[in-house]
Design a protein around this ligand. Structure first.
Ligand code: PMV
Length: 337
C-alpha cells in the first residue's frame, strides 16, 4: 500500500495528428504500424479523478456525470486492470471524467481521456512513472493518448517491427519534438458533433486488412515524418502544412479504398476543404487535416487565425469554428483537484 495516494485528479488536452496514426500491428498492446506526430491543443481539456475503493466489487465510471456502460466502461476497466496489475493492488476505483470535447466526433476525446486517466490512475495506485512511462501506459487505452501526455508537438514512435513484444512495448511511446520559430494555430471547424458511425478502431482494422492502398500510404508516411520534422525545426509552416495535408488526405484515401469503404468526409467537409484552397490562393498559408470524423482542422500562423476562422465560418454552414493553439501536457492537479 506504500506510496499510494488513494485519490488523484489529472487534466489532459486532446491532440491533432499532422502525421497520422492509422493501423495497428498489435491490437492488444496497441502498437502502431507507423510513427505519428501531433500538436497538443490548448482547448477541450478532460479532467479525471480516480479514487480507490477498498470495499467495492466493481469499478464505477462516470463520463460527464452519466454512468459509463458497454464498450466505454469495458475500456476503462481494462485499463484500470493494467494499472492494478503493475501496482500489485486489487482495489476497485471510482472514476469521474469531465470531457469538454464532443465525444466520438473525431476530435480525439479518447486521447485526452486516456492521457488524463493514465496520469490520475498511476498516481492513485501509487505507480511512480515518468512522462515516457505514462505515455507508454496511456497508449494502451487509446493509441493517440500516448501523444497527449506531452504538450506542444510530440512524435509517437511505432517501435521496432521485429523483436519481442516487450521490446516493442518499451520502444513505443511519445516524446516532444523540437521546433523552430513557429507560432501555429489550428482552426477547428466542428461540422457534426454527433457520434461517428464507424469507430476509428474498426475503421483502422478494416483498412489494414482490406485496403489495397494501405501499404503504400504507410510507406510514404515515414518520408512525410522526416520532412515534417525538418520543417518544424526550420519554422517552415508552409512545408509543415503541405505535408500534413497530403498525409491526412492519403489516410482518407486508404479508407475510401477499404472493403467496404469507410468515408468520414461529408459534403460539409468538402465545402471546407474547398474554402481552404481559396484561402491559400488568396495568399494565406492554411492547410487542412481530418481524422475519423467529418470535422476539419486547419493549420495556419497564429497571426492569420482570425482571418482563417472568419472564412471557415462562412463555409461551415451549421458548424462551429474555434481557434486552438499549442497546449500543455497531461498533469496531476494538486490537492484534491
Ligand atoms: O487513438 P485512436 O484509436 O482514437 O485513433 C485515432 C486515429 C486518428 O485520430 C484518426 C489519427 C491520429 O493519429 O490521431
Amino acid at each position: 500500500e506504500q506510496g499510494a495516494t488513494e485519490e488523484a485528479t489529472a487534466v489532459a488536452h486532446p491532440n491533432i495528428a499532422l502525421i497520422k496514426y492509422w493501423g495497428k500491428r498489435d491490437e492488444d498492446l496497441v502498437l502502431p504500424r507507423v510513427d505519428s506526430l501531433s500538436m497538443t491543443l490548448d482547448v477541450f481539456p478532460t479532467t479525471t479523478r480516480v479514487r480507490l475503493r477498498a470495499d467495492a466489487a466493481h469499478d464505477q465510471v462516470t463520463l460527464n456525470g452519466a454512468p459509463a456502460r458497454g464498450e466505454a466502461l469495458r475500456r476503462v476497466v481494462a485499463f484500470l486492470d493494467l494499472v492494478r496489475e503493475r501496482a500489485g493492488r486489487a482495489h476497485r476505483a471510482v472514476v469521474d471524467s469531465e470531457n469538454t470535447v464532443p465525444t466520438g466526433a473525431g476530435l480525439a476525446s479518447s486521447a485526452s481521456g486516456f492521457a488524463a486517466l493514465a496520469v490520475a490512475a498511476a498516481a492513485a495506485y501509487g505507480l511512480d512513472l515518468d512522462a515516457t512511462a505514462l505515455s507508454r501506459l496511456a497508449r494502451r487505452g487509446s493509441g493517440s493518448a500516448s501523444r497527449s501526455v506531452f504538450g506542444g508537438f510530440a512524435v509517437w514512435h511505432a517501435g521496432p517491427a521485429r523483436g519481442t513484444a516487450q521490446e516493442a512495448d518499451l520502444a513505443s511511446h511519445a516524446e516532444p519534438v523540437p521546433t523552430g520559430d513557429l507560432d501555429p494555430a489550428l482552426v477547428v471547424a466542428v461540422l457534426d458533433a454527433g457520434p461517428k458511425e464507424v469507430s476509428s478502431r474498426t475503421a483502422m482494422r478494416r483498412t489494414v486488412d482490406t485496403s489495397p492502398l494501405y501499404e503504400s500510404w504507410a510507406a510514404s508516411s515515414g518520408a512525410d515524418l522526416a520532412e515534417m520534422r525538418a520543417a518544424l525545426l526550420a519554422g517552415d509552416i508552409e512545408t509543415v502544412g503541405e505535408v500534413a495535408e497530403r498525409n491526412a488526405l492519403g489516410m482518407h484515401a486508404t479508407m475510401l479504398a477499404a472493403r467496404p469503404a469507410v468515408r468520414y468526409m461529408t459534403p460539409a467537409t468538402l465545402a471546407v476543404l474547398d474554402r481552404v484552397l481559396r484561402i491559400r490562393r488568396d495568399g494565406v498559408p492554411a492547410y487542412a487535416t481530418m481524422d475519423a470524423g467529418p470535422n476539419v482542422k486547419v493549420l495556419c500562423r497564429r497571426a492569420d487565425a482570425g482571418q482563417v476562422a472568419a472564412a471557415l465560418w462562412e463555409a461551415a454552414a451549421d458548424g462551429t469554428v474555434l481557434v486552438a493553439g499549442p497546449g500543455p501536457g497531461a498533469r496531476l492537479l494538486g490537492g484534491d483537484g
